[in-house]
Design a protein around this ligand. Structure first.
Ligand code: FES
Length: 81
């Protein structure tokens, strides 16, 4: 499996099960600059299902943390001399 295929499969993972909102929907907003859990919930509709965000909030936080770590590692790589 190549990285593009892996990316597509990851994007299909459901983050908010109550509303059936997939990872790719969150990543689209994160790439556009959305940077907080509350903003992501507002942009996607996540957190408004029957569990009121108990299920998806930790997964949204993980997506944001992973994105932040990616940015840090990119910065370290870029400025590593
Ligand atoms: S999993 Fe997102 S509101 Fe329940």
């Amino acid at each position: 499996m190549n990285s593009k295929e892996r990316q597509i499969i990851e994007g299909l993972k459901v983050v908010c099960k109550c509303k059936n909102i997939k990872q790719r929907d969150f990543l689209k907003h994160i790439k556009a600059g959305v940077a907080t859990i509350e903003e992501l919930k507002k942009a996607t509709g996540a957190g408004s299902g029957t569990c009121k965000g108990k299920g998806c909030t930790p997964r949204i936080a993980e997506l944001l943390n992973n994105r932040a770590l990616t940015r840090v590692s990119t910065i370290n790589y870029t400025y590593n001399y």
